[in-house]
Write a protein that binds this ligand. Structure first.
Ligand SMILES: *Cc1c(COP(=O)(O)O)cnc(C)c1O
Length: 377
């Protein structure tokens, strides 16, 4: 892989602020991923989903990077995420709150210029009342449920909603939106079903433009694009769908330091619960990250790390702050106190690690803890 992130000599980084792991986030790779998504979407535009601290990678840094790359629409999940991000972005950027607002947050949101996604009649009424109270027209996005039963106006409320909006002047609807439940599987029947439903909605509300695709949806074809797509995971290098090759450039690298090495005879117990017993004389290393650092316990006796391209299996249970690995496959003396092992990098993608952990890249990224030294490139 010729991505600059992999060519970086990690061992030179001695000033680590006391951390025992390095989370390297390549901002230029995020920009290139944004450009790739924009090119695929054109003439539709790409927003950026930066909820959950931009999937754990740092919302402020990433949103300002993407603003420089031309992005003007940013989606978070919670109002508090929007208020945190707002002062760091130009007023040209629009910040949308996917979950909408909790009652009582309408006036602060209106005053801060933050735009809620209205998911229900109740959220619509509250936003409308706020507009009237402030004597201002307030912008909003309307979300419809097209088959996920999670958020948005259900089909049976659409007629009432259309009536409600007729002649309504206090709210300015910027987009109508919905969310795909199975866009990571391009063969899923649900994609076509949701698209058909979204088209019916667009016919019922012809005054408004459509915001529809997430990362997976971007690659399902232009009929899914609407005027604005909402990619998240693809920006961060995650695979947008479960196809053979990931079209996105990797963004994250994770290296963790060795704390201790040892050689143990056959029959030695390793870790909590002694779930692993060595079969032969074995060289072990303990590395300084565990489930409190987002390497889940489900990696116990399943996952691996890499050194010089050599796979080093995790043995025994993942602890809170450490993991033990079998380093017998490496020449003796390769690893010692302070050596770094690759947890995510050229040998082990985010998807590979997530699969070993029995989870998805989204959960993996958003779980990576705050004890790593974060370096932005
Ligand atoms: C999280 C989210 C997205 C982004 O999804 P990705 O699969 O990460 O691209 C888009 N829209 C909504 C409503 C979301 O909740």
């Amino acid at each position: 892989m010729d991505n600059a992130i992999w060519n970086n000599n990690i061992r030179e980084r001695t000033s680590n602020e006391g951390a025992s792991g390095y989370l390297t986030i390549d901002l230029s790779a995020i920009s290139r991923n944004y450009e790739k998504l924009s090119a695929t979407l054109s003439p539709a535009k790409a927003a950026a989903v930066v909820k959950a601290d931009a999937y754990g990678l740092g919302a402020t840094k990433i949103a300002t990077t993407l603003f420089a790359a031309g992005c003007r629409h940013f989606f978070v999940a919670h109002f508090c995420e929007a208020t945190e991000l707002k002062p760091h972005l130009s007023d040209e950027a629009r910040i949308f709150v996917l979950n909408g607002l909790q009652p009582g947050n309408e006036t602060p949101a209106a005053e801060a210029g933050i735009i809620p996604v209205l998911n229900s009649m109740e959220q619509l009424q509250l936003w409308s009342a706020t507009a009237r109270a402030l004597d201002r027209r307030l912008p909003a996005v309307l979300q419809f449920d097209t088959g996920m039963s999670r958020l948005g106006f259900p089909p049976e409320e659409r007629a009432l909603l259309a009536d409600e909006l007729r002649g309504k002047n206090d709210i300015e609807i910027l987009f109508i939106m919905s969310h795909l439940a199975s866009a990571d599987d391009e063969n899923s029947q649900q994609n076509g079903d949701q698209l058909a439903e979204m088209r019916r909605i667009a016919e019922e509300f012809p005054a408004f433009s459509v915001c529809f695709a997430n990362s997976g949806g971007v690659f399902l074809g232009s009929e899914y694009h609407g005027v604005l797509a909402r990619p998240g995971i693809a920006l961060y290098g995650g695979a947008p769908n479960n196809g053979e090759t990931n079209p996105m450039e990797p963004v994250v690298r994770l290296d963790v330091a060795v704390i201790q090495t040892r050689t143990v005879p056959a029959g030695t117990h390793v870790g909590y619960g002694a779930t692993h017993v060595t079969k032969n004389e074995t060289r072990l290393a303990t590395i300084a990250a565990g489930y409190a650092d987002g390497l889940p316990r489900s990696l116990s006796d399943r996952g691996a790390v890499y050194v010089n391209g050599v796979r080093l299996p995790i043995v025994g249970r993942v602890s809170m702050d450490s993991i033990t690995i079998d380093i017998s496959a490496l020449p003796a003396g390769t690893l010692s106190l302070g050596s770094l092992v690759e947890v995510i990098g050229p040998n082990q993608t985010l998807e590979m690690l997530s699969a070993d952990a029995g989870t998805i890249s989204y959960e993996m990224l958003t779980s990576l803890g705050h004890r790593y030294r974060r370096q932005y490139r």
